[in-house]
Design a protein around this ligand. Structure first.
Ligand code: HMG
Length: 440
């Protein structure tokens, strides 16, 4: 069977940044380490006043098309994944196509355009749609462009405010891809949940603590479902495990849960037996609550073991290097985690071709999806071509007052007129509602 997967990736960060330790923590009267160590974030990205989900998405897509030497005729499908859409009729992909048509010969008149929504999961679902379209033989040799783009803002004073972010990830999905091949096996954990909602509102209503538990429950179900088709997993099967990363502290919890699940009944559990005992078995407890408490106790000990710490540093830490500097990009977040792992591998001179990753995506509402990916020969060339570090280093460092202004600008409920902080530099910019985005 021909391999189908991700052939190229480009990102576009919002051009502003908020430093959580230096700028945010003092204003909130919090210990900076709550953010840098507890939540795990150093900085968040924000869009300048002329940036939005369309411009960030179009700029990422243009970089990708330029680097791969593509023209519109090469692309048969544009799917945008977002939970920050501002148009309840036209999909954001039409706006992005409109931008790209200003700069390329030809147009996207024969491309299928759509918009996917399932909170942060939609980026992965769009890749799935592209995968299925190619596998069904409907692509006529053309590639699919998937753009995950979001401005992830919370109301000021909401506990989620510390986890904000903004940016876009553009990905090209093709046959014989350069970066990763996707597995046909997938697992899902899905249930109607109300911990994170935006019904006709700009900022989410969030029960943050509960959202953490819902994430973990759906991720565990997805892992079990994945194993029911792919067979039992073992932590040594995967070089990296990129998870949806609303903030790195969340990934710490997901990784521990995954490790415990994957090591149950394995040589790892045997090796740890003398140190922390065997994992609690449900049948040994009278109630589910007692069993859960025993599991929590086991996990508290597990996370302190040398074995777990070494695994976490090797398999999980590399996936959060980028996200700790940008915050939550919602639909783009898990794709940033994958990129972060591969970028770190390239920097460390590690060979990844043929190696496997397990990817755990999640969206509130709520659904988790797990699949495996096999890294392809062209991964290093693709990943080292990106300018992630430059983009992050060039961001304008906001003062707290400036942050509040920018936050108001991107709150569509408010009319605010603010001068731009950076200058457009040959990029698509937002020029007003109902008008075409321009390139400046
Ligand atoms: P909070 O309640 O303000 O924080 O916000 P906290 O008090 O729970 O502290 C966070 C961590 O920092 C804790 O560690 C503290 O112990 C530690 P943990 O117990 O979790 O390991 N801490 C410190 N560490 C070192 N030094 C200190 C210190 N102080 C505290 N001085 C909350 C946390 C999750 C509620 C908040 O960030 C939030 O509401 N976030 C938004 C919702 C969210 O991201 N949920 C995640 C799961 S849902 C999801 O991922 C979907 C999402 O992306 C949306 C979508 O799908 O569309 C959000």
């Amino acid at each position: 069977m021909t391999a189908v997967g991700i052939d190229a990736i480009e990102i576009r960060t919002g051009k502003l940044k908020l430093d959580l330790a230096e700028t945010f923590a003092p204003q909130k009267g919090e210990d900076p380490e709550k953010y840098t160590k507890g939540i795990g974030l150093e900085q968040s990205s924000f869009p300048d006043v002329y940036e939005d989900i369309v411009t960030m998405g179009a700029n990422a897509a243009k970089s990708l098309m330029d680097r791969k030497g593509l023209v519109p005729d090469d692309i048969g499908r544009i799917d945008v994944a977002t939970e920050s859409a501002f148009d309840n009729s036209k999909p954001v992909s039409t706006y992005i196509a409109g931008c790209l048509e200003q700069v390329y010969e030809g147009d996207f008149h024969h491309a299928n355009k759509g918009e996917r929504k399932f909170a942060c999961l939609a980026g992965t679902q769009s890749i799935d749609d592209a995968y299925n379209w190619i596998r069904a033989g409907r692509n006529r040799g053309r590639a699919a462009l998937v753009v995950a783009t979001d401005t992830a803002l919370y109301a000021r004073g909401d506990p989620g405010e510390a986890t904000q972010g903004a940016g876009a990830v553009a990905m090209l999905i093709t046959e014989e891809p350069s970066v990763v091949e996707l597995s046909t096996e997938q697992g899902y954990g899905s249930a109607d949940e109300t911990d994170f909602l935006k019904p006709n509102q700009q900022f989410p209503s969030v029960d943050g603590k509960r959202s953490v538990q819902v994430y973990l429950a759906r991720m565990r179900e997805a892992l079990e479902d994945y194993e029911s088709v792919a067979g039992d997993t073992h932590p040594d099967d995967f070089d990296y495990i990129p998870f949806h990363t609303p903030f790195p502290g969340m990934v710490r919890k997901a990784a521990l849960l995954g490790y415990r699940h994957m090591t149950r009944g394995t040589d790892v559990e045997d090796a740890l037996e003398s140190e922390i005992g065997r994992q609690p078995r449900e049948e040994a407890y009278d109630s589910w609550d007692d069993y859960e408490e025993a599991i929590r106790g086991y996990m508290d000990e597990l996370k302190e073991t040398e074995q777990y710490r070494e695994w976490y540093e090797r398999v999980i830490d590399p996936t959060i290097n980028i996200s700790s500097q940008i915050g939550n990009w919602y639909t783009g977040s898990v794709h940033i985690a994958r990129l972060s792992a591969l970028k770190t591998a390239a920097e460390e001179g590690k060979e990844m071709a043929g190696k496997r990753m397990l990817v755990g995506s999640y969206g509130s509402g709520a659904q988790a999806e797990i699949h495996a990916e096999t890294v392809r020969d062209g991964w290093r060339e693709e990943v080292t071509a990106l300018d992630v570090d430059d983009q992050l280093a060039r961001r304008y460092d906001l003062s707290y007052d400036e942050y509040e202004l920018v936050h108001d600008v991107h709150n569509h409920d408010k009319e605010v007129d603010v001068e731009e902080f950076t200058h457009p530099d040959g990029e698509f910019v937002f020029t007003g509602w109902g008008r075409m985005n321009e390139r400046k």
